[in-house]
Structures are given as structure tokens and as C-alpha cells.
Design a protein around this ligand. Structure first.
Ligand SMILES: Nc1ncnc2c1ncn2[C@@H]1O[C@H](COP(=O)(O)OP(=O)(O)OP(=O)(O)O)[C@@H](O)[C@H]1O
Ligand SMILES: CCCCCCCCCCCCC/C=C/[C@@H](O)[C@H](CO)NC(=O)CCCCC
Ligand SMILES: [Ca+2]
Length: 587
């Protein structure tokens, strides 16, 4: 294959002569000039070529073609370092070549197009696009038509566009309508729109496979269609955590070149019924309270999270709970191993083999129907009980602009596990330190009241007597000063044996007298202090307190590639800047 596709000749770019070479995987051109002593070569991976057109073509601000019959234009991914994005920001690169003859021009365009087909098998041909016209700053339609559609057209992608008229329209469409012929679905919106894609596609796939989503033990079928996210919401965490930047053009280019990033999904169940799916955060306590509070202040826009975060922090709440979890194999990875899940992550690659052991034999990832637990034993559930500031489960790092390393910086996008973060009750300044560390590179788990566990499943319940206090309590009703002083961890039971634990921190929960004496720190806690919180599931409030979560490895695939190594990308962009806007990729 390599030798069939190889082509080499002299080509002109403007007034300069280049030696151009197409090997199977790369298209390179080097200036033939004595001054170019260090032989700077511009090298574009074939997989990152967006399109090849006859003539001298421009697509922005409008498509124009100057049909010179010895010329052709190559469009490709060009990394940009602007805004400190370390090369994660992508732009459309374009170079116009002139050939000595028309025959040679036709040879180049034919070879390049064949190479594209051969080396990018997942490039979409037909996409179903849902635009939420009300997401974020309400610019979804404009973003799609001015920035994304021209790139799809250039790449020869035909798209069917639906501008939604109501919430859940996209989800219902994916659940019920004919999807024949589509390679993928794209949402133009925020995390809420992504969640609609997730629920629609997973639900549809299980229906067609005859699987019961309510059963937490069932091995769900991975979705055959890819999901593309064009960020146009007020919260675009899934995009940020899988691409590294929130930028519609970058995301459109990942879609066009058919990048593929598998993603773990957590199913959340209550009383033997599926409640929701999550990829980012299933959080009780602080994160649930912030969401519940923020719903009352939607008019503030994205600022509502800052306002609500401050209010909830000042309310100084903690909640009693029983958390049971099924640890993942500690030999595979650890949430404290200081690694990052980057593009081509070896932990995730090894997980693919573990999760789909027979995929290679059958030729398809999706034809494996063996249980994900068949190759490793279930293991022992661990149970802990006490008072928590927050209990969070995340299938991935959940990095976002607010927290660039995320809730769990070493979590993996596609390893079939989630990270369970337990923040035991502590004094207000300790909790502030924990929150603050999310915004820096300091380790938020290196605190005596914080635990993190890599898990396959989690169960949460409240100690008896508390469960009848419904979730409405926190969504807007009164509480009253708690009679008893909130203690720390009362007991911890591991594998059935009860152990009394010492206090987890030197600071203590404030007594009621201290609360009265310190009205600022005490904040809202003096007026109400509910005994149960709510669950925040990827930005949606769950109407149940007692839940069971199970991680399903690589259940969906995104048009993304994870976060590229910053240093390599940075190096690349510096080199490119030196070479006058040419993309030099050092692989
Ligand atoms: N046409 C529509 N009218 C009203 N709601 C819609 C429409 N289309 C989608 N939605 C809903 O709007 C919610 C928010 O959308 P999206 O995530 O795109 O934007 P956002 O601005 O990031 O959201 P949020 O307001 O939650 O921060 C989604 O949960 C989705 O179900
Ligand atoms: C003193 C400084 C304190 C700073 C604290 C910063 C802590 C930031 C942690 C960031 C966690 C992001 C988790 C992702 C959640 C999303 O799936 C979800 C849907 O978009 N967003 C929310 O629920 C929105 C609600 C998020 C609650 C913060
Ligand atoms: Ca994971």
C-alpha cells in the first residue's frame, strides 16, 4: 500500500520550488533552495489533510475557485499556539501548489485522495446535526453556518441539520427516527445537548440489541455512531475534557478528519430503574447543592455557578451517607499516580483489549458481546459511612476552564473505571483549600480529609431514618438549626468489620455557639441545614438520594482524540511560527 501511494515530484508554491513527497502516511514538501540549509520540511500527516481541490481555491470568507489547470490546493489541520492553548487550538491550513503539467496535477490529486480514504477510515460522509438555538449565548445557528458548515462542505460531508424547538427533541429523534446512512451525530450546544445525544444513542443501541438498560449488571452494547460536539453552550466541559479547548473550528476539524475517542459512561440506577447516564460528574453534597442553588439564579448566566458556589460554601453543609464501592484493579492504574490521560493513552489502549477481548478476532469492536467483567473477577465491595462535604464520581478528569486539571487529574477517558472522591466533613478553611486546589496544579487529594478511589461501581445510601427526608427539602424548603453538633466520621466499615476512626483533620466542625459567634463563616447554615443533599448528574438534578452507579467502559465514541501532549504540540507551533505560518509537525 505504502509503495502504491508514493509520489514524488517538484512543485511550486508561489515563486519557490519545493520537493514534494507523498508517502502512505505523510505529505511533505521541502524548499529546494541553497539557503534552506537545514532542509526545513513541512510535513502534514495524511490523516490531517482536510481536502484536496483542483485549482487555486479559497473557502473563507467565501468559496472561490481560480481554475488554473496545473494547480491544486491542499487544506489541512494547522496547530495554533494562540491563547496559551499549547497547539490544541486547530485552524484550517491551506497551501496552493503549481505543477509542471496537468497530468502531474491530476496524479497528485488522485494520489492524495486515495491516501485520505486509505488512512482515515472513520471520516464521516453523512452527519445528523442538532443545533440548540438557545444554548449558551444563543449563537448556535451562527456558529454552525459560518464556522462549521464550510468545513463540512470542503470535506465532502453532507449533513442533515435540525434546529431544535424543544428540550429533548434531539434525544427523542435519536431514539425513534430512522438513522440509516448516518456515520455520526453532531450537537451544537453545551453539556445539556451532549447529554441528549448520549441518552438518545445509548437508548437506541440497547433497544436494537434487545438489552434492558434498567439492569445495572447488563453489559451494554457500545454505540455504533460517533458523537461530535460543536461547543456553543454556557458549560462545555465534555468538549474541554476530550479536546482540550472550547473552540468550534477545532471541534469541526476533529469531526472532519474522523478522529475517534472512546469514552466511559456511568449508568445511574435507583430502585432497579435506570435514572440517567453520566460521563462527567455524579456529585452529592457540595456539587449537588451548587447546582440546586444555581437553578434559582439562571438569569445570571454562567456566573450563577460562582454565585451559588459562594453561597453554598458559606452555608457550610455536610451530609451523612453510606458509600459502597467496587475497587478497580489497582495494578492497572491509580488516581494518585500523577499521570495524565493523553492522546493515545496506553492505559486506555490496554483497557480496550481487556474490555473487548475478542474484537480483533471478529474484526469489529462492536461485535463483542462478552461481559466486561468476564475477564476480571468482580472483587470485594468496600463500605464507608460518615459525614461528607461531597461525594463525587467522575468517569474522566472533568477538566474545564474553571479547573484546567479537573476533578480527578489522573482519571482516564476510556479505561472502564471512574474515580470516587470522598471529602469527609472538615472545617470551612480546609474545604476551601480543597476547592481552591482545583484551580491550580496543587494536589487536591493530598489533604487528610480527602480520599480518592478508582472504582467500577458505587452505591450510595443514607443512614436509616434520613431516607424519608425527600430531596425537595433542599430544592427550596426550610430546614432549621441542626440540634446535634455535626461530628466527623463516626464509623467506617470495611468489608463488614466495624472500625472507629480518629478525626480526619485537626480542625473541627464549628459548634452551634461558634456558628452564632461567626455569622460570616456560618453563612446560610444558620437559617437552614437540610439533612440530605441532591445528586448533580452532569448538570441535571436527580430526584433520588439512594443510587447505584456502574461504569461502562468505552460505551460511546466521540469525534475527538483526547488531549495532545502539550510539549510536543508547543514545540510544533513554535517551529511553525519560525517558518512563516507553515505547519511543521514533528511526529
Ligand atoms: N429548542 C430548545 N428549547 C429549549 N431547550 C432546549 C432546546 N434545545 C435543547 N434544549 C435543552 O436546553 C438545555 C441546555 O442546552 P445546552 O447544554 O445546549 O446549553 P447551555 O447553555 O450550556 O445549558 P445550561 O443552560 O444548562 O448551561 C439542554 O438540556 C437541552 O435539553
Ligand atoms: C475558591 C475557589 C473555588 C473554585 C472551585 C472550583 C471547583 C471547580 C470544579 C469543577 C468541576 C466541574 C465538574 C463538571 C460538571 C459538569 O458535568 C456539569 C455539566 O456541565 N456542570 C455543572 O454541574 C456545573 C456546576 C459545577 C459546580 C462547580
Ligand atoms: Ca474512566
Amino acid at each position: 500500500m505504502e509503495t502504491d501511494l508514493r509520489l514524488e515530484s517538484s512543485l511550486w508554491v508561489g515563486s519557490k520550488r519545493y520537493r514534494a513527497v507523498l508517502t502512505g502516511w505523510h505529505f511533505n514538501w521541502t524548499e529546494v533552495d541553497k539557503k534552506n540549509r537545514d532542509k526545513k520540511t513541512i510535513s502534514v500527516p495524511v490523516a490531517e489533510v482536510v481536502g484536496v481541490e483542483e485549482g487555486r481555491v479559497e473557502i473563507l470568507p467565501q468559496k472561490s475557485v481560480e481554475d488554473k489547470d496545473k494547480d491544486f490546493t491542499v487544506f489541512y489541520v494547522k496547530r495554533s499556539s494562540s491563547g496559551g492553548s499549547s497547539g490544541l487550538l486547530w485552524r484550517l491550513g491551506r497551501t496552493q501548489f503549481s505543477c509542471p503539467s496537468r497530468v502531474l496535477r491530476d496524479q497528485w490529486t488522485k494520489h492524495l485522495r486515495t491516501a485520505l480514504k486509505t488512512h482515515s477510515p472513520l471520516r464521516p460522509h453523512r452527519l445528523l446535526v442538532f443545533i440548540n438555538p438557545f444554548g449558551g449565548k444563543k449563537k448556535g445557528r451562527k456558529i454552525y453556518h459560518s464556522l462549521v458548515a464550510p468545513l463540512f462542505e470542503l470535506a465532502g460531508i453532507s449533513s442533515h441539520v435540525i434546529v431544535t424547538e424543544r428540550a429533548n427533541q434531539a434525544r427523542d429523534h435519536l431514539l425513534k427516527k430512522d438513522l440509516t446512512g448516518f456515520d455520526g451525530v453532531v450537537c451544537v450546544g453545551g453539556d445539556g445537548m451532549f447529554s441528549e445525544m448520549l441518552h438518545g444513542l445509548i437508548g437506541r443501541t440497547q433497544q436494537e440489541a434487545g438489552l434492558c438498560e434498567n439492569d445495572p449488571a447488563v453489559t451494554l452494547q457500545p454505540c455504533p455512531l460517533h458523537i461530535g460536539i460543536i461547543p456553543a453552550g454556557s458549560t462545555d466541559c465534555v468538549c474541554y475534557a476530550t479536546v482540550g479547548v472550547i473552540d468550534p473550528v477545532t471541534s469541526a476539524l476533529h469531526i472532519v478528519i474522523g478522529d475517534s475517542q472512546p469514552l466511559d459512561v456511568c449508568s445511574v440506577h435507583h430502585a432497579s430503574t435506570l435514572v440517567r447516564y453520566s460521563v462527567s460528574l455524579v456529585g452529592y453534597g457540595f456539587y449537588g447543592d451548587v447546582l440546586a442553588e444555581s437553578e434559582k439564579h439562571r438569569w445570571m448566566g454562567p456566573l450563577r455557578y460562582d454565585y451559588s458556589g459562594t453561597m453554598v460554601y458559606l452555608s457550610n453543609r455536610s451530609y451523612a451517607g453510606i458509600v459502597q464501592y467496587l475497587p478497580a484493579d489497582p495494578l492497572l492504574s491509580s488516581p494518585r499516580d500523577k499521570t495524565r490521560c493523553l492522546s493515545g493513552c496506553s492505559v486506555c489502549s490496554r483497557s480496550t483489549e481487556r474490555l473487548f477481548p475478542h474484537a480483533a478476532d471478529s474484526g469489529s469492536l462492536y461485535s463483542s458481546n462478552l461481559s466486561q467483567f468476564s475477564s476480571d473477577s468482580e472483587g470485594e465491595w468496600v463500605s464507608v459511612e460518615g459525614r461528607f462535604r461531597c461525594v463525587s464520581l467522575t468517569c474522566m478528569s472533568s477538566s474545564c476552564p474553571r479547573s484546567p486539571l479537573g476533578l480527578s487529574p489522573s482519571a482516564h477517558l476510556a479505561d472502564g473505571t471512574g474515580d470516587l472522591i470522598l471529602v469527609w466533613d472538615t472545617h470551612p478553611l480546609g474545604f476551601l483549600k480543597f476547592l481552591y486546589r482545583h484551580t491550580s496544579t496543587q494536589d487536591q487529594f493530598d489533604l487528610p480529609f480527602v480520599e480518592v478511589h478508582r472504582v467500577k461501581a458505587v452505591r450510595f445510601s443514607v443512614p436509616s431514618g434520613k431516607e424519608e427526608e425527600a430531596y425537595e427539602e433542599i430544592v427550596g424548603q426550610s430546614g432549621g438549626i441542626e440540634e446535634e453538633e455535626r461530628g466527623y466520621v463516626e464509623t467506617v466499615s470495611r468489608s463488614g468489620s466495624q472500625q472507629h476512626l480518629a478525626e480526619r483533620d485537626t480542625g473541627r466542625q464549628m459548634t452551634n455557639e461558634q456558628k452564632t459567634a461567626n455569622p460570616f463563616l456560618c453563612g446560610l447554615c444558620c437559617s437552614k441545614s437540610p439533612s440530605v443533599s441532591v445528586w448533580n448528574c452532569d448538570g441535571e438534578i436527580l430526584p433520588f438520594t439512594e443510587i447505584l452507579c456502574r461504569i461502562h467502559g468505552q460505551l460511546v465514541r466521540l469525534y475527538a482524540r483526547g488531549i495532545e501532549d502539550g510539549t510536543a504540540a508547543q514545540h510544533c507551533s513554535e517551529e511553525r511560527d519560525k517558518c512563516e505560518r507553515r505547519c511543521i509537525l514533528h511526529k
